[in-house]
Design a binder for this molecule. Structure first.
Ligand code: SF4
Length: 444
């Protein structure tokens, strides 16, 4: 951490702090923790305020994952630095993954930033703005999501060796949070009206191995499921190799654990899986998906894939496209490979042309669009429990237990015909469907 003289940042009347979050749900979580601490120190704290204030301290929580995300972070830093130069904001502080990964280079390049912090620097950041880290606020945060759902980070960092991934460089080794702390945090959230917990980590299924000597995500799930007021518990970022099947028992036992599983699989050809150091084979992946579907009938599976990884041949790609057609995931996202320095794959030649990477990603998403449309047609006439997220134009928008916020399908209800309170559950009978959205009527 390097700051200009601390005194300059501390003022006698506390300036407003405007927190800007880029990147993934884990960054959202970190921003919320920071905001909770600032509020606990009597700061006026806002999230991505439209109007800036000339005394504002702007804290930008950056992403350093892949090229596009890095560029977005740099553009945001430059945007606020320009405002500072114009005297429209007071101070600019940068934290998060991009700063963790490229601090020396960024400091040299963007000198108008007042302070740079890494991903594990909360106490120093707070001190720099004149706040103290308050232990009594552990588990408390200011939600930036609608209060009825909250991202729930159960661990930080990752021990996996995936060749393309820079996350361990920015987030360090896997560290699980103690279960009692997590249960206390869930109780506080539920007491404030949160109904849905979206469990996140770099590798959810590694939970407990470090602090309890065994995988015990299933035990954590049952304890969270016992928390009064929590109606949905959702799992994101499961890892395939060594997948703890016992979490599916908890899913079958407990109605408030969503029959939903996000498991990034990245590729399917053995050639690619080996080079990516994923620790799993094609056949084992196929068997795992089948076992999960057998064990939890009707489970919605989401996955994420990469196209254009070094050495990916037309044949590797066709193998993946055919597998996507056959496996018919409920939800799927696809990234193009980004050549990230200091990752293992950086020593390989980035030999797939950018346009070919993109063509392949588009082709995969086209297949998925067709699958999603067909699956959605199958939902017409059926009734689902829906959590209303917001009013959006002419519609109330919500989700079933098979949909995560921001990335999955929405259920749209005509607001001229129905009224629903955001944060409430309603039963919706589906009467029409598109590729990624469902339309329906509220029924008793
Ligand atoms: S599991 Fe692999 S892809 Fe995911 S954060 Fe860890 S190293 Fe990266």
């Amino acid at each position: 951490m390097r700051t200009k003289s601390v005194d300059k940042l501390k003022t006698n009347t506390k300036p407003r702090v405007n927190v800007v979050t880029l990147g993934c749900s884990k960054n959202v979580y970190d921003s919320e923790v920071l905001m909770g601490q600032l509020k606990g120190n009597a700061f006026d704290v806002v999230h991505e305020a439209e109007k800036v204030g000339k005394n504002d301290i702007v804290v930008i929580n950056t992403c350093g994952f892949i090229d596009n995300a890095k560029q977005e972070s740099i553009d945001t830093i430059l945007q606020y630095s320009a405002l500072k130069e114009q005297g429209k904001v007071g101070k600019v502080i940068v934290t998060g993954c991009l700063s963790e990964r490229y601090k020396p280079e960024l400091e040299a390049e963007i000198t108008s930033v007042d302070a740079w912090f890494g991903t594990n620097d909360l106490q120093n950041l707070l001190q720099t703005v004149g706040a103290d880290y308050k232990h009594e606020l552990i588990g408390e945060r200011l939600l930036t999501t609608p209060s009825h759902f909250a991202y729930f980070k159960i661990a930080e960092g990752c021990n996996r060796p995936c060749s393309f991934c820079a996350i361990p460089l920015m987030r360090g080794k896997h560290v699980s949070k103690p279960m009692d702390e997590l249960v206390t945090e869930a109780r506080k959230l539920a007491a404030n009206g949160t109904k849905e917990l979206i469990l996140i980590a770099q590798d959810l299924t590694y939970y407990g191995l470090d602090i309890y000597g065994k995988r015990n995500l299933d035990e954590l799930l049952r304890r969270l499921s016992d928390v009064n007021g929590i109606e949905w518990i959702r799992l994101q970022y499961a890892y395939p190799s060594g997948f703890p099947m016992e979490i599916l028992d908890a899913m079958n036992e407990r109605a408030n654990i969503c029959k939903y599983l996000d498991m990034p699989l990245q590729h399917i050809s053995d050639n690619m899986l080996k080079s990516m150091r994923r620790g799993i084979t094609k056949q084992k992946t196929i068997d795992l998906v089948n076992q999960i579907r057998d064990k939890v009938p009707g489970i919605a599976m989401r996955t994420t894939l990469i196209t254009g990884y070094p050495g990916e041949t037309e044949q590797d790609f066709n193998e993946m496209a055919q597998w996507v057609e056959e496996t018919r995931f409920d939800r799927l996202g696809c990234f193009t490979y980004s050549h990230e320095e200091k990752t293992h794959a950086y020593s390989l030649e980035d030999d797939v042309a950018e346009e070919v990477k993109q063509e392949r990603a588009d082709a995969i998403m086209e297949i998925q669009q067709g699958i999603s449309f067909e699956k959605n047609q199958g939902k017409i006439g059926k009734t689902f429990k829906v959590l209303i997220d917001k009013k959006d134009g002419e519609y109330f928008a919500g989700r079933t237990e098979f949909d995560s916020p921001e990335v999955d399908n929405e259920v749209l209800i005509d607001a001229n015909l129905h009224y629903a309170t955001p944060g409430s559950f309603v039963n919706v009978q589906i009467d029409s469907a598109e590729d990624f959205d469902l339309y329906g009527q509220i029924v008793k």
